[in-house]
Design a protein around this ligand. Structure first.
Ligand code: SF4
Length: 270
């Protein structure tokens, strides 16, 4: 990293590859927009966090009643800003999925070791929090998602995601098992088959991650070394228009007027 101290997460690397200047504002300057927004899918992101915490408690042996209570307490606290309609839709999904999880899976099914749940991983350049790891070193990654037309391709996309590859490198994993919790009706769960890794494959992924980290290091802290494709500044579709939350900083820089819309990000590590 430019300041030589902060480690790269999978989200940081994805941000850099998608929008280098957004990476600059977020990870080099450490700034985040103050306001949450349905347009930037903050409610979906929070749903994913709450769901991951629910599965963590499940594998640590929490009772269904206690786990569901903790899940809805967190969900209500974190979404008090969210408009009623999108919140209601996701609340219904959470009600259905929490109950199905206890019906479908067992904390003793070997998919996740209770002491390797929500596992912090790091080396000298990268870091991340893995959903879970089995006793045999198989990654257990849970995703709350909408149904795609093809489950196989949806599964392939997550199995080959930058996030899962980085976890595989950091955990020296033997393989991965991806699980979906469908947020749209009919609400349901899908656990994919275990995919095994060859050590050579993990070494090649590590080489790719190191090359990206070298690239970021070489750019330093000059914002003009971080150019985005302007196509990504404003996403316009039939149903939504979504402006990049850093557009104000890109157009006007950090001033007394613009800085009130951003806060300093909490840094989890270094
Ligand atoms: S407004 Fe555009 S240039 Fe600026 S960070 Fe966002 S995507 Fe990148």
């Amino acid at each position: 990293m430019a300041n030589g101290t902060r480690k790269l997460s999978a989200t940081g690397i994805s941000t850099f590859l998608d929008s280098p200047k957004k990476f600059y504002w977020r990870y080099i300057m450490g700034l985040a927009p103050i306001s949450m927004s349905v347009a930037s899918y903050d409610h979906d992101r929070i749903f994913g966090t709450v769901w991951a915490e629910f599965v963590d408690r499940f594998y640590k042996g929490s009772t269904e009643a206690g786990n569901v209570q903790a899940t809805f307490d967190a969900w209500d606290n974190l979404t008090d800003w969210c408009p009623e309609k999108p919140k209601e839709k996701l609340t219904k999904a959470l009600e259905a999925l929490t109950s199905k999880y206890y019906e479908t899976f067992s904390p003793d099914d070997g998919c996740r070791h209770p002491e390797k749940s929500e596992l912090w991983l790091e080396n000298d350049r990268f870091c991340g929090k893995l959903d879970g790891l089995s006793e045999e070193g198989i990654i257990h990654e849970v995703k709350s998602t909408s149904r795609a037309q093809s489950t196989n391709e949806q599964l392939w996309k997550v199995q080959n995601s930058l996030q899962v590859r980085l976890y595989a490198v950091l955990a020296k994993a033997q393989g991965s098992c991806i699980e979906f919790a469908y947020k749209d009706p009919p609400h349901g769960l899908f656990r994919g088959p275990v995919v095994m890794y060859e050590p050579d494959q993990i070494a090649l992924w590590e080489q790719e991650f190191n090359k990206i980290a070298d690239d970021i290091d070489s750019r330093g802290d000059d914002p003009y070394n971080y150019m985005c494709n302007p196509d990504g500044c404003c996403i316009v579709s039939k149903y939504t228009t979504s402006m990049c939350p850093y557009q104000l900083l890109c157009e006007q820089g950090i001033t007394d007027d613009t800085s009130i819309f951003y806060k300093t990000r909490e840094q989890r590590k270094a």
